[in-house]
Design a protein around this ligand. Structure first.
Ligand SMILES: [Zn+2]
Length: 208
């Protein structure tokens, strides 16, 4: 890759933005009011804004390997807190994707060094849903299902935070679990019924 080309791309991008709105950067610099917090995978093929057609300033973004929301990860917890309590987003999305290398690695018996504790979060998702997953004989379908279940569990982790519980209570914040299908480009809303599922665990995780 020619790094210089990236700066050339940047200059072209500036010109294209100014062409459609000569105040574009003044507006961009005046502040942000995103309505959505998007938590996705770092995978280079799953670019957050591009696949959902949003412009700079419209989404607060956090990406890591396999879109995990770990309760001792100060990074993602800070992002959630800031997005909910300060930016006052109305929607929190966890977006996974099929063909996720992180999920694939967690399905294999291998010592991956520093990645072990990170991927253990996904192995825990597998353990929680082992009966369902082991009943799927086709390995590809089992892999796809683990991607979906991982998104669902990370959505629960989002809902376990005090900031999101406050947001839900005070202004009806909603949490969404999505999966991006690299094979077709389609974004799939998993339509997770959080209300029913949360009723079962509310007693344990309620913080107010
Ligand atoms: Zn991934």
């Amino acid at each position: 890759m020619n790094i210089e080309q990236l700066f050339e791309n940047n200059r072209n991008w500036i010109q294209s933005k100014l062409k459609s709105d000569d105040q574009y950067f003044e507006k961009l610099a005046s502040g942000q009011q995103p309505k959505i917090l998007y938590i996705g995978c770092s995978d280079s093929r799953v670019t957050a804004e591009e696949i959902i057609g949003l412009e700079p300033g419209e989404a607060f973004i956090h990406r890591n390997v396999a879109n995990l929301v770990n309760n001792v990860d100060l990074n993602v917890m800070s992002v959630i807190n800031y997005a909910l309590d300060h930016l006052k987003v109305d929607h929190v999305v966890v977006c996974g994707h099929y063909n996720c290398g992180g999920v694939k690695a967690a399905m294999q018996s291998a010592d991956l060094g520093i990645l072990n504790p990170w991927l253990r979060n996904i192995r825990d998702v597998y353990r929680m849903h082992m009966d369902e997953l082991n009943a799927i004989s086709d390995e590809g379908k089992r892999y796809d299902r683990l991607v979906e279940l991982n998104v669902e569990e990370q959505c629960f982790n989002v809902l376990k935070t005090a900031a999101v519980q406050r947001g839900v209570r005070e202004r009806g914040v909603t949490v969404h679990g999505w999966v991006f299908d690299l094979r077709t480009g389609e974004l799939i809303d998993q339509k997770i019924d959080f209300q029913t599922k949360l009723d079962k665990i509310r007693e344990i995780f309620r913080l107010d």
